[in-house]
Design a protein around this ligand. Structure first.
Ligand code: NAP
Length: 489
């Protein structure tokens, strides 16, 4: 097995890698072993303010840097991430737990946002609008919003950050980043790529802290920060909506999900099994787009369950750096508790445990946060798992008979991020895609994330879109300019 890292990183403020004011640090641990893998400065209010100072000072120079030059820096940052993929992925697995192959995949995915938004930087076009009065001329400009704050989660420590920094940098904004305190080392390594790619001092700043509330409060009460982009839980997202009211700050919110995964009778069952596995068990079930409820039509239910069980039983659980590992640890013991609570609740209310359903605590698992990949048969609306995001490797199956019935079941959620279904009937494909109340629909596909598509949710999954041609709009203000007295031609 490759060895975990031991990395003591720093804050990045105004181009300098520094310690926190007062010098306090916090440990970063490996969720597979509980061992320390590094440390980060425990940033203070003074550090957050210094980071905002640096971003504000860098703004005039960065927003007036030609877009083509900003794009070059983004492309170079993507190249550096790829060159350093092994190092970044090893750090990610060490602090987050995901299997190394998945971590490498995330580094590539994260780099692709820099590349995509390098292209978008060069296409921030305005408009010339035909005037109502022919003596006038009307222009529409798209300008950077200014200083941006990005708050990111631990489950995709690189990609959730580049999905914000890419468009922010492309648009001409400067940023302060606050990564999750469980996974700050990956964040530091990605920011080193941006810096080494030639981003001027202060264009991106990194503040880590164990006191996320303090960081948020400092950001929300500073008038120089014009926009906050947050990816994390719906609960914290709601707090941020309330906090944004005081200064009417712009927000983008990528919050929780609770994806339905529907398999119709006419689906290609092998493809559907592969799709559900990719969606459900990736990152040990800790993604916002993970399937959390699988609805299988009665005619194929037993066959689907048998195929799925065979695949899940073959999954190797272990340290993410160990050869062949598919399922790594969960992020911490609370995450294991939640997965187990969902399983126990479902079983108590009548679901059948097909496989898994246990904490793994023996031998190599003794000091880690491991939960066996699990399948529940016969999930109903009475069970917590039907309505709550599990964020663990637990698939719950529910049988259905008709299209109308499954649409109603699938839409019965406060969340609206990702949804999936499998069918070979093209008319149904269009109908179901239109009727699912979700921001993302995967039809005959279990992996839906990419830099070139608009990613985001409806309902309590948040608002705003990241990626795609609209992703940069979140970092631009639209301004209309009326030029009177020009005359007619
Ligand atoms: P979280 O607890 O909400 O944390 C997310 C970030 O917010 C972390 O940086 C965290 O810092 C910070 N934070 C904590 N308390 C805060 C506060 N009072 N004010 C401001 N920021 C605060 O979420 P998580 O457990 O890390 O991530 C899992 C959640 O994210 C799931 O619900 C998942 O569905 C969602 N998610 C959504 C998407 C999407 O694109 N829609 C993508 C990935 C994940 P600390 O780490 O220091 O506490």
């Amino acid at each position: 097995m490759a060895t975990t890292i031991n990395l003591d990183e720093h804050l990045l403020i105004g181009g300098s890698w520094i310690d926190a004011t007062g010098g306090a640090r916090f440990d970063v641990t490996d969720p597979a072993t509980g061992n320390k893998v590094g440390s980060m400065p425990n940033g203070t209010e003074a550090d957050v303010k210094a980071a905002i100072d640096a971003a504000a000072a860098a703004l005039p120079g960065w927003r007036s840097t030609p877009a083509i030059q900003r794009a070059r820096i983004l492309r170079k940052a993507a190249d550096l991430m790829r060159e350093r993929a092994e190092e970044i992925a090893t750090a990610m697995t060490s602090e987050q737990g995901k299997a190394l192959a998945e971590a490498k995949g995330e580094v590539e995915y994260a780099a692709s946002f820099f590349e995509w938004f390098a292209g978008e930087a060069e296409r921030v076009y305005g408009e010339v609008v035909p005037p109502m009065n022919t003596n006038n001329r009307v222009l529409v400009l798209r300008q950077p919003v200014g200083v941006v704050a990005a708050i990111t989660p631990w489950n995709f420590p690189a990609a959730m950050m580049t999905r914000k920094l890419g468009p922010a940098m492309a648009a001409g904004c400067t940023s302060v980043v606050k990564p999750a305190s469980a996974t700050p080392l990956t964040a530091a390594l990605v920011l080193r790529c941006i810096e080494d790619a030639g981003a001027p001092a202060g264009v991106v700043n990194l503040v880590t802290s164990r006191d996320a509330g303090m960081v948020a409060n400092t950001i929300f009460t500073d008038g120089r920060v014009k926009k906050i982009s947050f990816t994390g839980s719906t609960e914290i997202g709601k707090d941020l909506i309330r906090a944004s009211a005081e200064q009417v700050k712009r927000l983008s919110l990528e919050l929780g999900g609770h994806a339905p995964y529907i398999i119709f009778d006419d689906a290609d069952l092998d493809e559907a099994v592969e799709g559900l596995i990719a969606s459900k068990y990736r990152n040990a079930g800790q993604t916002c787009v993970c399937a959390n409820r699988a609805f299988v039509q009665r005619g194929v239910y037993d066959a689907f369950l048998a195929k799925l069980t065979a695949k899940v039983d073959a999954m190797k659980v272990g340290h993410g750096l160990a050869e062949g590992t598919v399922i790594g640890p969960l992020i911490d013991s609370r995450a294991v508790d939640k997965a187990d609570e969902h399983v126990q609740d479902a079983v108590a209310k009548g679901a059948k445990l097909v496989t898994g359903g246990v904490r793994l605590t023996d031998g190599e698992f003794a000091n880690g946060s491991f939960y066996a990949p699990t399948i529940l048969d016969g999930v109903t609306k009475e069970m917590d798992i039907f309505y709550e995001e599990t964020f663990g490797p637990v698939a719950g199956l529910t049988v259905f008979d008709t299209e109308d019935e499954v649409i109603e079941l699938a839409n019965d959620s406060i969340y609206g991020l990702a949804s999936y279904f499998h069918t070979k009937d093209y008319a149904r494909l269009m109908r179901v895609a239109e009727r699912l109340e979700y921001g993302i629909v995967g039809a005959n596909a279990g992996i839906i994330s990419a830099a070139n598509v608009p990613f985001g949710g409806v309902k309590q999954s948040g608002y705003g879109r990241e990626g795609g041609s609209v992703g940069i709009d979140e970092y631009l203000d639209v301004k209309y300019v009326l030029m009177g007295g020009v005359g007619t031609v």
